[in-house]
Ligand binder design. Structure first.
Ligand SMILES: [Cu+2]
Length: 156
């Protein structure tokens, strides 16, 4: 998954399991924006990906955001049957990051996924600038370091 450096995104964490998962996004703090119940195709109950192809999720009831969920967070509790919307801005560091469940057994069994934050001018599907960009553009990309754009936009 790719995110543009400096982008503000609203991600929805949809919990299809019977367990609560504390989900952490590395790199950023986020604000919990929304909590919903949801309906999905294939009915209710424990989601079995071998038996159901998930094609549609529909938000139902809006649930309150409690005081413990207010303010900047790096981890949010995703309860069973809950869809949580979190908003965050990916800056100032481009690099490789992860989001994951904070329960060790869960993250060790697949609940940890990578994402990459890159300047928007970096070609898609690449973690390094492609040939064809200027030397200055290639030089300004350093994982883990902020990208400094000259006044007026993209690096020349
Ligand atoms: Cu978990």
């Amino acid at each position: 998954m790719r995110v543009n450096l400096g982008a503000t995104e609203l991600w929805y964490v949809v919990n299809l399991s019977p367990d609560t998962h504390p989900i952490q996004v590395h790199l950023v703090d986020f604000a919990v924006q929304r909590r919903f119940g949801f309906e999905r195709d294939g009915g209710t109950g424990v989601f079995d990906p071998s038996a159901v192809t998930l094609a549609r999720i529909t938000a139902t009831d809006a649930w309150p955001i409690g005081p413990e969920m207010q303010g900047p967070k790096d981890t949010v509790r995703a309860n069973p049957g809950e869809m949580v919307g979190i908003a965050m801005t990916f800056a100032p560091f481009p690099s490789h990051y992860v989001y994951h469940c904070h329960i060790l057994e869960h993250e060790d069994h697949g609940m940890m996924r990578p994402f990459v934050v890159v300047p928007p001018w970096v070609p898609h599907h690449e973690h390094e600038p492609k040939a064809g960009l200027s030397d200055r553009a290639r030089r300004s990309f350093r994982p883990g370091q902020p990208v400094v754009h000259p006044a007026g936009g993209e690096p020349a």
